[in-house]
Each structure stands twice: as structure tokens, then as C-alpha cells.
Write a protein that binds this ligand. Structure first.
Ligand code: IFM
Length: 739
């Protein structure tokens, strides 16, 4: 495999795509993420550093959000007094001596194997002297409190006088929303500078300290909300200089004195130096990729795209923090305000279970630590047990906004997901079970996981409604994965998954009684799992209403679905917008257009355990379901294509599987939803990994508890190689194409 398949490269700078690339080129350490804005800034740029757990709710705002931290990127260079900027076009008259300088060459690459972002610009100053500037940056995976930058300046033509000013800027907002109190510490002296800021009203403190490392006398200064350090020197023709900037960071979530601790860490890092920090960082990346990388022989485009999506699974996932989780847009943008959805458990956690189980555990522990919020939500809604919030932050309470931001006409739209998208509790249980089956982490299951599974089952036991006339249990007022259809009764996804959940809880309790009786007793008492309650669960399982059309042999997404207007989605191909955007919201919700995998999602999760009425063949039902729902789905959500790829591969629908995989893998790279500026689509990234491993390669645990493959690779793929962890051991797979 050639090295270039590890790189995403931008060969010229297009200001119209700057926000897209800022997101793509996010670097991260599992502690923070920093968007790929330029060191020297650019008009209209949106630099952001988002740190796990640092949320703030401004009075009057609808919901809390993850806060944009002080910007640690600034490095400003002047060449013979001309400020360096990526200036691309100048008037013809100015071409030889443009007053603001000119970028003669530009390229920027994200090296995904090492998490290094590098940019090289050939810059001609107004004086006519030309320099090559190479900027490198990484957020250390070895020491999550350290970030490093390197600037190499080379005099290509002439003997330019260079000034470099580098520092930390606390003048940052979340798209205008101010989270940092006016009370800040900003200081600079010699080659060091530091800042400390506190969110208001949540009271989180962030301390950052930076050093500029060079052989030149350095002056520290503070100007307004920024602290910086400055050096000046002259280069002879063809001479090069390397200047390093190191930054250390701590928050009050880590230590009681973030600023002092950051300053001490900075001195430690300065002694180690850029190169050794980078070597240690690369070593950690190598360990990540050993089990996260999927090597595809025969498809370079998908190979690179899959590395990109995997990179964006790895960089936001907390390494040492089990009280933070990954939001729907990772730490790469302000979209969804850093809130955590089901995207984490069903899309991100499974790849991590197989590739970095300790990271998957951290994410599941976040839910355990937030059980109190889930219990509060259940109680507030009149239910028992634990009902997880649809959107979650640092408090574990429901944080879904009830209303949208104002629309162009000034009105706001009611958002129902926080009320009605209740399947998230089962999604979390599903992830816990998957983690348990793949890792055998008994300690986690007994101390933490089982409590979540059982208490969320208690929620469903109290949530279902008995329909005496039909002698069946139903669930009203739901939003399934297909969010175009809100507050519907008897979503087949919700009902079947709740039934699966209750059965899983009963099986788990039985297993605990046999294998860990003390824990079974403890949980039975603590969660009040009385015989009466368990009998009720069995009754619900037996009588749950699963909407099904026997004549057609298909699951019904929800009763009434097929009575709505039929709009064949393929009729709108090719399109760059969702069908919902084309035909409008009002018509969509009265139609059979589906936003994202719903019945198909159920097939991805349950596979042949889908359960179908007696006498019917499950595979045939799956094919019928596919033929029914695929042409009705507009993939208005980025979560959709990868799940379709997975299921299509299992159904041996090779063309559809590949088309969906290609779509999913390029959602961010090609910005085919037009909103990557707001952040990476985390779920799509996790979905791609699963589509390849579970779908195309068919990796599964067989009836004997052994790992097995059932591959259906695209015809042009020669081979897929990967390593996964199974019950503590690393296993290697090589899947050759037999087509
Ligand atoms: O969780 C998803 C949801 O399924 C579709 N809308 C976007 C959310 C966040 O990614």
C-alpha cells in the first residue's frame, strides 16, 4: 500500500471551501479537537478548539453547548514587513510587486497515519523576496495535554527579514455566542505566554500555556485578549530556520489549578522537544492503526476514504475520560452543539469494540455515569427505570432543544425528538450487549452494564400500552429512525427493538443468577425486579405488536404508512438535495418518503434474528423489506447510506451495497450534504467501518462462539485485511475475493 493512501491533500486553496477543509483537517487527541484553520487566520475563517466536557448554557439560549476554547493556533509571520497570508489573486499591475504579497504555491495535507496536518506555501513578499513556509501541527496522542506546531521558513529568493509572532487568543466565541467570562488571566513574558478563562455560568476553567522555541531573543506581550511571543531574524538565500511552538492545556475537569498545571506541563514538553513529542505521538498512532485500519486491495479511492472516516472515529474518542462522550459532529465543528445522540452507541461504539475496546468502554461508562439523568427523565415523564435523553451533554439530563433556531421567516419549528425518539435507551443496551459479547469484560457487565440494560428494560415495561381489545402491547407517540414521520404509533423498529430489549434483559438476569448470583441479587433489590415485574416483561414480549403484512411478507414501518402518498425516490435522481428539501416538509411528512434506514436499520441490527411470522423465510422477508423500503428512502440523514450498504452486502446486492458504501464514505470528503462546515458526520464514519467488516466481510460470532466470515466483496476488490480484538486477543483476517 503506498504512503499516499494515508493522505488527504488540498492542492490549492479555494476560499469558498475553507470551512469544509477546516472540518476535514481537524486534528485531535481524544481530549480536544482543533479545526484546520490557518495559523495566520483568513477572512471569514472559523477556528475552533473543542474540549470534551466543557459545556455552557448561556441564559436565554435554548440549550447548552460545547464551548469553543481559546485559539492556540496563531502564528503570524511577516516577510520584509509584509504580513504573510494566503493571497491568491492580485491585479495584473501588481503581479511583480503585490503590496500585500502573493502565494505562489500552496498545498496542505492531513497525514492520517500520524495525525499530522502540514501546509506548505511559497510566498512572495512585497519586497520581491520569496520564502517557503511549512507549517506542521499535531495534538499529542501520547500526552493529551500537549499540542505542538513547527514552522520551517526557507529563503528561496533573496535575504528576507522575518518576524514571527505566536500566541494564544482568548477572543473566541461560538458563532457569536460568548461563553467566557470577562475575568481572564492573560500573560506573556519572554518565550512563554499563558491564559486562563472560565465559562459563565457553568464555571469550567481552562488554562493554556505556550512556548516559542528558537535561538532568538523572544519578547512576550499581551494585547487585548491575546498573549503572544515575538522573534525577528534575517535569512540568507537558501537558509532555513525551524521554529517550534508548544502548547499545554488543562481544565478544571482535570485538576484544581489548570493554569499552573499547564505551565508545568509546558516546561516538561519543552525539555522533551518537538521531535521526541512527535515520535511518541506517532507510536500511539501506530498502535491505533494496527487494529483500526482496514486494508483494501483493489480500490484506492475507498481505501483512502475509509482511512479518513476511521481517523475521524479515533480522534474524538476519549482515551482517559469516562464522563465524556462523542457528539454527533465529533469535536470538529459546532453542529448539534456538541450533543451526544444514538450516533455514538450504534455507529461509533461497534468499530471501537473491535478495534480499541478500552475506548468503547469509556463511551459506555459515560452512559453509566449519567444513569441519574435517565432516571430523572423517566420519572418526569411518569415512567419507571431509566429513559436516556435523546441529546445528552455533561449533566446527563435531556438537552434536546424543544424549538429550532428561527427559520428565514422568523418562525421556530417544534422539535419532538427529545419527547418521542425513545429508542435511544435500547440502542445503548444494544451497544452494551455487543461490547459484552465481543470483549467478555465481566467486570464492566457486572458493575455497570447490567444495571443499564435492566433499568432501561424497566422503562420499556412501564412505557408499553396494553390494548385489551387486540390483546396486545403497543407503543404510541414515537419517532423511529425515520424522523420524517413524527409521533406515530407502533413504529415497527421501536416495538421490535423494545421486545428484543426486554428479552435480552431477562436472558441477562438469568445469566447473572447462574454466573454472578451476588450481583443478580444486588440488582434485583436495587432495581426492584420483582417476580411480578418480570412476568409482565414476559407478557409484553409474547404480545408485542409487530406490524407485519403477511400477504406481501414485509414489516410495516408503522400502521398507516402505506396509506400515504407514494413518491418513488429514484424519480428525483440525480439530485444534490434530499427529496424532503425538493418537495417540502409538509408534503414529505404525508408521504412514504423515508429519511434514513428504519426497517433497514432493524435488519442491520438484528440480521436473521429479525423474527418473522411462522412459516415465512427470514431471508425472503429481508429481501422483500429491502425492495419495499430502499426505493422510498431519500438518505436525508448521513446515518442512512452505510446501514444500507451493510444490509445490501448481507443480501448479496453487490451493486447497491457498493453504491451506498461509496456514498457513505464520501459524505464528508465530498461534502455531499453541504454541511460539513458544521463538523464531521460521526455516525457515517462509524457506519462505513461496520458496513465493510460486518456487511462486506460478514464478520460475526458463530453459534459456537467463534469468529467467522461470510464475505461478499465488491467484484473489483481483490482482498481485505484487518485485525480485530475478540475476547482480549488480537485476531487477523484476510478476506480474498472469490468472484
Ligand atoms: O441522530 C441523528 C438522527 O438520527 C438524524 N438526524 C441527525 C442526528 C444527529 O446525527
Amino acid at each position: 500500500m503506498t504512503k499516499r493512501l494515508w493522505d488527504i491533500t488540498e492542492l490549492y486553496f479555494d476560499p469558498k471551501r475553507q470551512h469544509h477543509y477546516e472540518t476535514l483537517f481537524t486534528i485531535g487527541s481524544g481530549y480536544l479537537g482543533t479545526r484546520g484553520a490557518f495559523e495566520e487566520s483568513y477572512p471569514g475563517d472559523t477556528p475552533a478548539t473543542l474540549i470534551h466536557g466543557i459545556y455552557n448554557h448561556i441564559p436565554g439560549a435554548l440549550v447548552p453547548e460545547l464551548v469553543n476554547a481559546p485559539n492556540w493556533l496563531p502564528i503570524n509571520v511577516t516577510v520584509d514587513g509584509t504580513p504573510f497570508q494566503v493571497i491568491l489573486n492580485v491585479d495584473k499591475a501588481d503581479f511583480m510587486t503585490p503590496p500585500n504579497g502573493l502565494a505562489l504555491g500552496y498545498s496542505r495535507s492531513l497525514h492520517m497515519d500520524t495525525g499530522l496536518l502540514q501546509r506548505e506555501v511559497l510566498f512572495r513578499a512585497a519586497s520581491g523576496n520569496i520564502v517557503r513556509l511549512t507549517f506542521s501541527r499535531f495534538a499529542s496522542l501520547h500526552d493529551q495535554h500537549v499540542m505542538a506546531q513547527r514552522l520551517t521558513v526557507t529563503a528561496v529568493d533573496g535575504s528576507p527579514a522575518i518576524t514571527i509572532s505566536a500566541g494564544i487568543d482568548t477572543h473566541v466565541t461560538n458563532a457569536g455566542a460568548r461563553h467566557w467570562s470577562a475575568d481572564r488571566q492573560i500573560k506573556a513574558s519572554g518565550s512563554r505566554c499563558a491564559v486562563q478563562v472560565t465559562t459563565e455560568p457553568s464555571g469550567y476553567t481552562v488554562g493554556m500555556a505556550a512556548a516559542l522555541i528558537s535561538d532568538y531573543p523572544t519578547h512576550g506581550i499581551t494585547e487585548g485578549l491575546r498573549a503572544s511571543m515575538t522573534i525577528s531574524f534575517t535569512l540568507q538565500q537558501e537558509e532555513s530556520r525551524i521554529i517550534d511552538k508548544l502548547t499545554a492545556i488543562y481544565t478544571s475537569r482535570d485538576v484544581i489549578n489548570p493554569l499552573e498545571t499547564a505551565e508545568a506541563k509546558l516546561e516538561e514538553a519543552a525539555v522533551i522537544g518537538y521531535q521526541m513529542l512527535f515520535d511518541a505521538h506517532c507510536h500511539e498512532w501506530e498502535k491505533y492503526w494496527t487494529t483500526a485500519d482496514i486494508r483494501i486491495d483493489g480500490d484506492e479511492e475507498i481505501q483512502r476514504a475509509v482511512r479518513f472516516t476511521t481517523y475521524h472515529i479515533l480522534i474524538p474518542t476519549p482515551r482517559y475520560d469516562e464522563r465524556a462522550s462523542v457528539g454527533a459532529k465529533t469535536l470538529s465543528g459546532l453542529g448539534y452543539k456538541g450533543h451526544v445522540f444514538w450516533d455514538t452507541e450504534l455507529f461509533l461504539v461497534p468499530p471501537l469494540i473491535l478495534s480499541q475496546p478500552h475506548l468503547a468502554r469509556n463511551l459506555l461508562m459515560y452512559r453509566y455515569h449519567n444513569l441519574h439523568g435517565a432516571r430523572n427523565k423517566a420519572k418526569a415523564n411518569g415512567y419507571q427505570g431509566a429513559m436516556f435523553p435523546w441529546e445528552s451533554t455533561d449533566t446527563g439530563e435531556e438537552t434536546t432543544p424543544q424549538w429550532s433556531d428561527p427559520q428565514p421567516d422568523g418562525t421556530r419549528i417544534r422539535i419532538w425528538t427529545g419527547d418521542s425518539e425513545q429508542h435511544i435507551s435500547t440502542d445503548i443496551t444494544y451497544a452494551i450487549l455487543k461490547y459484552w459479547r465481543w470483549t467478555n469484560d465481566r467486570e464492566f457487565l457486572l458493575k455497570h452494564g447490567a444495571e443499564i440494560v435492566l433499568d432501561t428494560a424497566a422503562f420499556w415495561g412501564s412505557r408499553v400500552e396494553y390494548n385489551a381489545e387486540q390483546n396486545r402491547y403497543e407503543v404510541s407517540q414515537q419517532i423511529g429512525p425515520d424522523e420524517y414521520h413524527e409521533n406515530i404509533d407502533n413504529s415497527v423498529f421501536v416495538n421490535r427493538m423494545a421486545q428484543w430489549h426486554l428479552q435480552t434483559a431477562l436472558d441477562l438476569l438469568e445469566w447473572l443468577r447462574a454466573n454472578a448470583p451476588a450481583d443478580a441479587d444486588r440488582l434485583t433489590t436495587a432495581l426492584d425486579l420483582t417476580p411480578k415485574r418480570l412476568t409482565h416483561w414476559r407478557d409484553v414480549i409474547a404480545k408485542m405488536y409487530i406490524p407485519f403484512d403477511r400477504e406481501q411478507g414485509i414489516h410495516i414501518q408503522f400502521p398507516g404508512f402505506f396509506e400515504m402518498e407514494y413518491i418513488p425516490v429514484p424519480k428525483y435522481h440525480p439530485r444534490t438535495r434530499s427529496v424532503q428539501e425538493i418537495i417540502g416538509h409538509a408534503r414529505t411528512i404525508q408521504s412514504q418518503v423515508i429519511k434514513q434506514a428504519d426497517v433497514v436499520m432493524m435488519m442491520a441490527l438484528l440480521g436473521e434474528d429479525l423474527s418473522v411470522p411462522a412459516g415465512l423465510d427470514v431471508r425472503q422477508v429481508m429481501i422483500n423489506n429491502w425492495n419495499t423500503y430502499f426505493p422510498r428512502t431519500d438518505h436525508g440523514s448521513s446515518l442512512s447510506p452505510a446501514m444500507h450498504a451493510w444490509v445490501a452486502a448481507r443480501l448479496h446486492l453487490n451493486d447497491e451495497a457498493y453504491e451506498m458504501l461509496h456514498h457513505a464514505a464520501h459524505i464528508d470528503l465530498q461534502d455531499n450534504k453541504g454541511n460539513v462546515r458544521d463538523g464531521i458526520h460521526a455516525a457515517a464514519c462509524g457506519g462505513v467501518w461496520q458496513a465493510i467488516i460486518f456487511g462486506f466481510c460478514g464478520l460475526h460470532i458463530d453459534a459456537n462462539g467463534e469468529l467467522a466470515l461470510d464475505p461478499h466483496l465488491p467484484a473489483h476488490w481483490r482482498e481485505v485485511n484487518f485485525n480485530v480484538y475478540y475476547r482480549g486477543e488480537q485476531r487477523t483476517f484476510s478476506v480474498k475475493n472469490s468472484v
